[in-house]
Every structure is written in C-alpha cells, then in structure tokens.
Design a protein around this ligand. Structure first.
Ligand SMILES: Cc1cc2nc3c(=O)[nH]c(=O)nc-3n(C[C@H](O)[C@H](O)[C@H](O)COP(=O)(O)O)c2cc1C
Length: 346
C-alpha cells in the first residue's frame, strides 16, 4: 500500500506531492496504525528527553505542525516542525522544489513559506504524546532578524520539547550571516536570556558550507553560550560535479545523497571541537541504517531525515531501525549511546 502511494505521489509535481502527503497525514492521523514499540537498545536519553529511537523527521517536512502526530505514530522518535517565522509568509515564487531523481537528491528554494507562529502555535498547543521540536527563523522582510528569533522563541518554546535555531537556510538572503561570530554570539545570548531558568533545550542548526575557521568560531561561541546542541546540517549550496540530473544547476539548497559525505564530515569536525559537551544531531543524506549509524559514530546522538522519505516513503523508517540494531550488534554495542562518536578520537 505504502509503496503504491509513494509511486503515485512521485507522478505529481514535487510541491503538490508534498502538499498531498501532509494533507493526508493531517486528516488521517487517527487511522494510522501505531508502529510497534521500539527495541529498548534504540532508546536514548539526551536533552533531558527520553527518545524511543534516534531517528527523527528533519525540519521542512512539517513546517506548519500538521503532520507530526502521524509521523510519531509511524514510529519516528521525534519530529522537528518548522521553520516557523513570527509572521506568515508565502516563500519564493514557484517552481521552487526540484527532484534530482538520478542523484537521490532534491533542490529547494522554498524560502520559509509558513503559516506564522500564531497559527502554528495553536496547532502545537493541541499535541499530547511524543517528542516535538520547533525550528524558528526570521521573516524575509524583517528589519530586525534577531528580534524575530526572540518573538518566535517566546511564542513557541512553551509548546515544544526543544527549539532549533535555524541560521543556515540558504533561501533567505543574508540569513547565513548570523553564523558569523559576533552576530551568533548576540543571537544565542539573547535566546539563553529569554529562556531564563526554564529547561528548554536549544540547538543551533548550521550549514555544511563552512570552512575550518568558521567551524572554530561557531564551536567557541556555542560552547560559551550555554546552549545544548548543534544540528548538522542544513542543505548545501555546493554542486558536486558528478550530479547527473538536469535540475542540478537550479538555485537553492541541495539535500539527499550528495549531502551525506559533506554533512557527515562537518558533524565529525564539530564532534572533534566540542567533544561530549554538546548534543549533536546528524542530518543530511541518510537513506539507510548504515548511513544513520555512520552519523552516530561521527558524533550524533540523534539523526534526522527528509529527502529519502520523498523517494522511499515511510517504510524506510522500519528498515533504518532494523539495520541500526544490526550495526550495534555487529560492533558489540549494547545501545545507541555507546556508539556515539566511536569514529572520532577526542
Ligand atoms: C523541501 C525542503 C524544505 C526544507 N525546509 C527546511 C526548513 O524550513 N528549515 C530547516 O531548518 N531545514 C529545512 N530543510 C532542510 C532539512 O531539514 C535537512 O537539513 C536537509 O534536507 C538535509 O537532510 P536530508 O538530506 O535528509 O533531506 C528543508 C529541506 C527540504 C528538502
């Protein structure tokens, strides 16, 4: 059934297929049979939360908090909703989403199309079970981007289990400049102050297109700030020369298979810099248990995926979890936590 649904969805233009998927997930949550309980070896406790398994849905899939219930029921360990901005905005003109089928990749220049924090907040307020994070960003036409993060944080953090701070989307001009040392330091200090004494985990989502020097700066600022973690990574502006698809030169962020190697490299680079002081979330090109496991061995306590779902549907999740257990058994680890960072000498 699921294979058939995925095959049919693939016949539609990519953005329509995504809209239909989210609409179905939103309307039929009640009818989705819950996944089997996870093997306890897949469970991991980080950020003060008990994740039943390390595999989550990356930001962008459920921008408006409509599908998270269904995704959790299907067996994802968490869902990161968003990116949500203070005011609703339409995003960039269409077309803005391309399938690079031969490359197992997607290019998007959505530009934070979202319903805005008020509407998304109402939806999140109705949630009950499962771990849901919220990814926040700034409006494209904002005069004060840092103020936008403060506004979105104040509204949405009480409704979520963790907050992801997105300074790495390539589709809002100038946004990635917030990864620079001075601006990042101001932004994170403001958010840490805004949460006050509340135990609200804060994670920074970074780009894969950062040189050694930028990684040094980010690691230093993040460690100094007192936030809990890093999500590595967002989509890339790079275009490997071997891409085969006709859409390869479209403007936007590239995700999926070609992102696996660079995003995993940056993840390991960050693990080397921050050791066990931060929780790392590995994202980028995961389409198998072996991919997820490689991210974990590079330092990730949690992993997330999006693009592979476009090609393989949610059946992929069951396979990833099974293969992860096989990888753990093969290497003699009794839990995910034991394998975190195994490939990175500190
Ligand atoms: C269509 C699309 C929309 C996305 N929107 C967002 C977003 O709003 N915020 C964000 O932080 N990341 C967004 N991402 C990036 C993903 O969360 C993820 O970091 C990236 O796609 C790499 O993972 P993947 O290779 O498994 O897709 C988006 C990705 C895609 C493909």
């Amino acid at each position: 059934m699921m294979d058939l649904a995925v095959a049919l969805l693939r016949l539609l233009p990519p953005e329509t297929a995504h809209r239909v998927t989210v609409e179905l997930a939103a309307r039929f949550a009640l009818f989705v049979p819950p996944a089997r309980r996870d093997d306890p070896r897949l469970g991991i406790k980080v950020l003060g939360l008990d994740f039943p398994n390390p595999v989550g849905v990356a930001a962008g899939f459920d921008k408006n908090a409509r599908a998270f219930r269904t995704m959790l029921k299907l067996g994802f360990g968490h869902v990161e909703c968003g990116t949500v901005t203070p005011r609703p905005q339409p995003g960039n003109p269409r077309p803005r989403l391309y399938r690079l089928r031969q490359d197992g990749a997607v290019i998007n220049r959505m530009g934070f199309d979202n319903d805005g924090m008020e509407v998304v907040g109402k939806r999140l307020a109705r949630r009950r079970k499962g771990i849901v994070g919220i990814n926040i960003g700034a409006n494209k036409d904002s005069a004060d981007r840092i103020a936008d993060y403060r506004t979105a944080f104040a509204k949405l953090s009480p409704l979520a289990d963790f907050v992801a701070v997105n300074v790495s989307s390539p589709n809002t001009p100038g946004l990635r400049a917030l990864q620079n040392r001075a601006e990042l330091s101001t932004l994170l200090a403001m958010l840490v102050e805004a949460r006050g004494g509340k135990a609200m985990p804060l994670l920074l989502k970074i780009a894969p297109d950062l040189d050694e020097h930028a990684l040094d700066d980010i690691a230093a600022v993040v460690l100094e700030s007192g936030i809990e973690g890093l999500i590595v990574s967002n989509t890339t502006l790079a275009r490997p020369p071997w891409l085969r698809s006709g859409y390869a030169q479209e403007t936007g962020g590239l995700s999926g298979r070609p992102l696996f190697e660079p995003s995993t490299r940056v993840l390991a680079e960050m693990r080397r810099r921050v050791g066990t002081k931060l929780v790392l979330v590995g994202v980028g090109g995961i389409s198998s248990g072996a991919d997820a496991y490689a991210k974990i061995r590079a330092g990730a306590s949690l992993v997330q995926l999006y693009t592979a779902l476009v090609y393989e549907g949610t059946g992929l999740l069951t396979r990833i979890k099974r293969e992860l257990l096989e990888c753990l058994a093969r290497d003699g680890f009794s839990s995910i936590a034991d394998a975190v960072g195994a490939d990175v000498k500190l």
